[in-house]
Ligand binder design. Sequence first.
Ligand code: FMN
Length: 191
Amino acid sequence: MKYLIVFAHPNPASFSSSLIKALCDHLVNAGNEVELRDLYGIGFNPVLSADDFSSLADNKVPEDIATEQEYVKRAEHIIFVFPVWWGGMPAIMKGYIDRVLSEGFAYEYVDEGSNGNGLLSHLTCSMICATGLSSEDFQTAQDAMKVIAEGVICGFTGIKPGKQLFYGSVPTVSDEVRKSYIQEVIKEFSE
Ligand SMILES: Cc1cc2nc3c(=O)[nH]c(=O)nc-3n(C[C@H](O)[C@H](O)[C@H](O)COP(=O)(O)O)c2cc1C
């Protein structure tokens, strides 16, 4: 399988950073092709700008967006990994979605008055999220995030939704529990 992992966390000492390292090692050792885009690490610019709109209107894809789209084109499965901030993805990840999944690449408008057509139906994707709240207390926000991920982002682009994994109380559980979360993720991607 050709995996593209899109990762957002600025802190190398975070749970999410430990998770990403273990997941990448596991997928590579299992014989998969893995490309990692660490959005903070590469200094990804998440702001969809007026210049972006005018370039895209002239069918010119800004260079940094084109680079990320090449990674998407090569992938079969995208895994988004991030901590939940204010009930959703960190701004840098939202900006990746805004800019990289652009009109003409991820979707197109064809018929008058109809919804867009998704252009990425060859892809599947998963989402792995760490939360501060317990799983129980996070349930309502989790349902809302699933609607955005499956209904909106996948629905609009044609990407088929895969696993959506949430791990609760990350800052307050013991190291053993955090390690068990990482083992659970690895098991999920061993099937
Ligand atoms: C800016 C910010 C906003 C946060 N908002 C939420 C939230 O809405 N819901 C929640 O459960 N946890 C929230 N948290 C807690 C983080 O999700 C938690 O610290 C993180 O998942 C721990 O994993 P990490 O070590 O990978 O950062 C927030 C943390 C920060 C820094």
